[in-house]
Design a protein around this ligand. Structure first.
Ligand SMILES: [Cu+2]
Length: 326
């Protein structure tokens, strides 16, 4: 009875409070009350204009390429004029073994279809440039001018930048691609063109410099060659061929998302380091595991067949012997 009375009392107090608030709101709108207290002129609250509509993306923004036949990928000749090399990098959220992979990994030929990222056979969300992991390789000659337009097609509010590892950017520090340090990050649906000279020769790489996007798959080769002359290329005697097919990119690879792994590393298990490595797009350990599984299956099938054959033969022999004896 006591609790019932208390309930009724509390409810009636609440109803009275609500009614009073509504009446007060009708008489004096809240913004006027605040303005009076601060002795400010009564200004109507500026009503936001509708969002400006962004023009639809142009066709070239969707035309993604692996740049395997880019004209700047050429033999570097001493004394020849540097080239201007243009690329479009579309950064997207993507998935390994997507629909582009069709019947991969059961049909191995499907694993090399365009836009198929088989990785190590693990289904996982990734972030990619031009639906490749690693992303397109940039191969140029020393002093070529690079123009790389990066289009952010990640999730709304997710930003990105691309850092050109190994390039000192002496006269273009604002093209270094370190988000919030050398540039504002590239917003969703926006694009930014990096313009700089490939002035530092060597085997470098490019990678995202925003959050854990690099570990999620936004990385690729950046190779700046020198002319094949002993005077210009001091390392010429160290190799016979300098081919694109010889480029190897090794990357840490985790079964779970990188965000999951980083949180676990910080708050749960300090030894949560990646156990796998991707060499280009294949992983050694997982491939070995799959081979082992195949071998085990074959051995089990052979043993079962042999046992069945032996049992059948024994039964037949015994039956024949019984018939002969009787
Ligand atoms: Cu770097």
């Amino acid at each position: 009875m006591k609790s019932y009375l208390r309930y009724v009392l509390e409810s009636s107090v609440l109803v009275v409070a609500i009614v009073l608030t509504r009446v007060q709101a009708q008489v004096t709108p809240p913004n006027l009350v605040v303005a009076d207290k601060l002795h400010l002129p009564h200004k109507p609250f500026p009503f936001p204009k509708p969002w400006p509509t962004r023009p639809p993306p142009k066709a070239w923004e969707y035309k993604i390429s692996d740049y395997s036949n880019h004209p700047c990928k050429r033999e570097c000749v001493a004394g020849s004029r540097p080239m201007t090399c243009r690329y479009v990098f579309v950064v997207e959220n993507y998935f390994t073994l997507s629909r582009a992979c069709h019947d991969c990994p059961y049909n191995q030929s499907h694993c090399s279809l365009p836009h198929c990222v088989p990785a190590d056979g693990l289904r996982k969300a990734i972030k990619v440039v031009n639906r490749m992991m690693p992303g397109p390789a940039i191969e140029v000659c020393e002093n070529d001018r690079l123009l790389v337009t990066v289009v952010n097609r990640l999730e709304p509010s997710e930003v990105t930048t691309i850092h050109w590892h190994g390039q000192l950017q002496e006269k273009t520090p604002y093209m270094d691609g370190v988000g919030l340090i050398t540039q504002c990050p590239i917003g969703f649906n926006a694009k930014f063109t990096y313009r700089f000279k490939a002035s530092d020769p060597g085997t470098h790489y490019w990678h995202a410099h925003s959050g854990p996007q690099r570990a999620d798959g936004v990385y690729g080769a950046l190779i700046v060659r020198r002319p094949s002359s002993p005077l210009l290329e001091p390392n010429l005697g160290l190799y016979e061929h300098d081919l694109s097919d010889h480029v190897i990119i090794i990357m840490d690879w985790t079964e779970d998302s990188v965000t999951d792994r980083l949180s676990r590393y910080t708050h749960v298990d300090y030894d949560a380091k990646p156990r796998l490595m991707l060499v280009n797009v294949s992983s050694s350990s997982r491939c070995n595991n799959s081979n082992l599984e195949e071998i085990v299956v074959v051995v089990v099938v052979v043993v079962v067949v042999v046992v069945v054959v032996v049992v059948v033969v024994v039964v037949v022999v015994v039956a024949a012997a019984v018939v002969v004896v009787l």
